[in-house]
Design a protein around this ligand. Sequence first.
Ligand code: ZN
Length: 186
Amino acid sequence: MQCHKCHKENINKANYCRYCGTKFSEEEKEKASYYGIVGILRRIEKWYKATTAYDITQELWFKLSSVIILLVSGIYWTISLGTGIHLLESSLYHVFYQQEQDEYYVFVNGPKEDILEVPLQIYIPNTVDGLKITHYDEDNSVISEEEHGTKSELSLPVNISGNTYYIISDISNNEKPLKIRIYYGE
Ligand SMILES: [Zn+2]
C-alpha cells in the first residue's frame, strides 16, 4: 500500500506509514487488500459462492475455482517478486522495495545489539553463473567484494547498517543488480 503523503510502499495491513507516520484510513487499507493476494482469493471465494447457486455440480466448480486460484496466485507472485535475482522473505526480516530509489530495504526483526549480522536469502535464477556481492560505505567506496557460485538460493551473512549498502550482481551481467540497505526493525 502506497502512503498518500510520502508515496512510499508499506505492507497492506499497516495502520501507519513506517516512513512518515501518516495514519492509513480503513478505506485505503481495504483498497490495498483488494489488490493483494488475500483480496484476490476473497473475490474468488465470493464468486465461487455466487456461482454455486446455479444448477451445476459442486465438484466441477470446485475444480475450476482451484485452477483459477493457482493461476491467479502464480501470476501475482511473478509480478511481486520478479523472475530475476531477488530477495526472499524470511522470518528474520521483512523486505520493502523502494521504487523511487530502486533499492531494497531489509528490516531485521528483533532488538538492536542482539544481532549484528543477518543471513539474507537470495533467489538466483538458473541462468546465472555466479553472483558478486559488493559492500559499499556511505561514500560509495568498496569495503569488500566476494563472489559466490551458482545455487538456486544463497544465504548471505551481512552487516546491519543502513549507512552502508550492498550491491548483488550477476557476474555475467545478464540480470539487473540489486541494491540493498539493512536496518533494524522496531
Ligand atoms: Zn508516508
